[in-house]
Write a new protein. Structure first.
Ligand SMILES: Cc1ncc(COP(=O)(O)O)c(C=O)c1O
Length: 441
């Protein structure tokens, strides 16, 4: 029985395999057949992988720290079918805009289990969240403290809030996805004294109940040390705020950022390693600063959905520049996955049929958009390709679809969820009518 190679078994969805006919399958469905049925570009999500990641996070953190919650960060991929799975698996969820809240509502996601993040929530969004009965709102600026106090007052609600602080810790990831350093738009800086002032203001606000503190360092984080360093610093701050303003740290949320494996050379630590590091740091910090152990919440986004998703493209033109480069153009690109252009993110690329056949060539897989920076993967080794071949990129389940655009007036791809040999459409491909729908002619 043929099977995926060792690296691919780590980065493709857990249900992926290789059929007798040499086709990569996911959830019992051959990628090439799904491409024929639903067209390309196509995003395939594997339900088994999503559920397995949810269980590993919930179980891993419960084992390390009994009073823990896992909160899926829906910016990684917001979809009502996914939100239902997240709810069934017992996770909480966070949203960062009114739009993400609409998706949570559409799935009937329990309001009490939602947390509303974001560095610039507006009056309307805050009102919509309160009307839905949202569990927590995480405040990120002095403007938001005042605004939420006002909106909650108008609605006769005392809203539970967390304050997002910035611990000035560098998690050594991409500059554009680093969020917890001093020079960041996110969070009240502890270092400058802004966080202490925010605690004082929020605790004095009649319509806010400060239940805890939150921080998020960035993503993806392949190291453990930044988490424990930041946790210690923030718990020390919490103890100072208890003494100065009577803050009770009932809840503590050190964010997300857990890494995933995009390419075989850089595989992440197991979830248990993050769980042990974080829970040990929380326990020892509480002990050191005389705090009661709080409810611990972590917020993985990428690590829940990245491995579950596989992007599928069809090869068009192939351009060979002797002694320079071979460009393989596919029918998607930066419109459906901007991460390579934005963050220089790396992806593994495989041909969906007969993925390991020889001979191979080193090629650069590019998209169809009118930008030289539009590429999927540079210098990847693939079998010698033909136009119309189907390619796939595993670990495409996070931050590709949600960041997709209609650049060059392209339609955004269809999405299917697979399980046990069945594929169901969970988002249809956009049409030209969709493109015209919001324009006045
Ligand atoms: C506040 C917050 N929490 C959690 C996350 C999720 O990060 P990741 O998807 O890397 O786990 C993000 C990502 O930007 C974030 O901003």
């Amino acid at each position: 029985m043929p099977q995926l190679n060792e690296t691919d078994r780590e980065i493709f969805p857990v249900s992926a395999g290789l059929s007798d006919t040499g086709d990569i399958t996911i959830g019992g469905c051959a990628i090439s057949e799904l491409a024929t049925e639903f067209g390309t570009p196509l995003y395939i999500y594997d339900e088994d992988t999503i559920r397995q990641m949810c269980r590993q996070f919930v179980g891993g953190f419960k084992e390390a720290y009994e009073r823990s919650h896992v909160e899926y960060s829906s910016k990684a991929f917001a979809n009502p079918v996914l939100a239902k799975i997240i709810a069934e698996e017992g996770l909480n969820m966070d949203v960062v805009t009114g739009g993400e809240l609409v998706f949570a509502k559409a799935a009937g996601f329990p309001a009490e289990r939602l947390n509303f993040h974001g560095n610039n929530k507006d009056r309307g969004e805050l009102g919509e969240a309160i009307d839905y009965g949202i569990g927590r709102i995480t405040l990120d600026s002095f403007y938001e403290i005042g605004l939420l106090n006002e909106v909650a007052g108008e609605k006769g609600v005392r809203q539970k809030v967390l304050l997002r602080v910035s611990p000035s810790v560098d998690p050594h990831t991409h500059m554009l996805t680093t969020t917890g350093i001093l020079d960041s738009k996110f969070g009240f800086s502890i270092e400058t004294g802004a966080a202490a002032e925010a605690v004082e203001q929020a605790m004095a606000a009649d319509n806010l109940e400060v239940v805890g503190l939150h921080f998020h360092l960035g993503s993806p984080i392949f190291e453990l040390e930044p988490y424990s360093q930041a946790i210690d610093y923030v718990l020390k701050f919490a103890a100072e705020m208890r003494d100065a303003h009577g803050l009770q740290l009932k809840e503590f949320n050190p964010g997300g950022g857990f890494a995933v494996g995009y390419v075989g050379e850089e595989l992440p630590l197991p979830i248990s390693a993050y769980a042990n590091e974080i829970s040990t740091a929380v326990r020892s910090g509480c002990d050191r600063y005389g705090l009661e152990e709080p409810l611990l919440t972590v917020e993985p986004g990428r690590a829940i959905v990245a491995r579950a998703g596989v992007a599928v493209y069809k090869v068009g033109g192939i351009k060979r520049i002797p002694n320079v480069r071979i460009y393989v153009s596919v029918d998607g690109g930066m419109g459906d996955n901007i991460r390579p252009a934005l963050y220089s993110s790396e992806y593994t690329v495989r041909r969906a049929h007969d993925p390991y056949s020889e001979p191979t060539e080193t090629v650069t897989v590019v998209g169809k958009y009118c930008e030289s920076g539009d590429y999927i993967a540079r210098d990847v080794d693939l079998p010698v390709l033909d136009s119309e071949d189907i390619l796939c990129t595993p670990t495409s389940g996070a931050y590709a679809v949600p960041m997709a655009s209609n650049y060059n007036m392209t339609t955004r791809p269809a999405i299917v969820m697979v399980k046990d040999g069945n594929a169901r459409l969970i988002r249809r491909r956009e049409t030209y009518d969709d493109l015209l729908a919001t324009s006045l002619v």
